[in-house]
Design a protein. Structure first.
Length: 121
């Protein structure tokens, strides 16, 4: 291990200690940083660096992916139960007038219908 790596490990260990100290203090990050004279941006920078180092240690890689991962989505019927007839409709009531339309009814036409109803009221 060269001196650059040793220095980097030392800084990470130093900031890990600061993060633990903040956690044990029970203070918010803002209050802790004000008390010890650390700028919040510096705190968050090192928090990010510690998380990245932890991920590298766990997975042997950085957080930045260099490829694609296939994602398979479940079919809609698995995620959501079938809709009932009542759920397939939308109802709008204003000024004593009720409009019911199926969910497949074009939104543009519904908007025109609502404007006409509002104009007539």
């Amino acid at each position: 291990m060269n001196t650059r790596n040793i220095a980097a490990e030392y800084r990470l260990a130093h900031w890990a200690g600061i993060m633990n100290e903040r956690k044990e203090s029970g203070l918010s990050i803002r209050a802790f940083c004000e008390n010890v004279g650390i700028h919040e941006n510096t705190y968050f920078h090192w928090q990010k660096r510690l998380r990245e180092a932890a991920c590298r240690d766990l997975h042997g890689t950085s957080l930045i992916s260099t490829g694609f991962t296939e994602v398979k989505l479940a079919e809609r019927s698995v995620l959501y139960p079938p809709m009932t007839d009542a759920q397939k409709q939308v109802s709008i009531e204003a000024s004593g007038i009720r409009i019911t339309a199926g969910i497949e009814y074009p939104v543009e036409k519904l908007a025109v219908l609502l404007r006409e109803v509002a104009r007539s009221c």
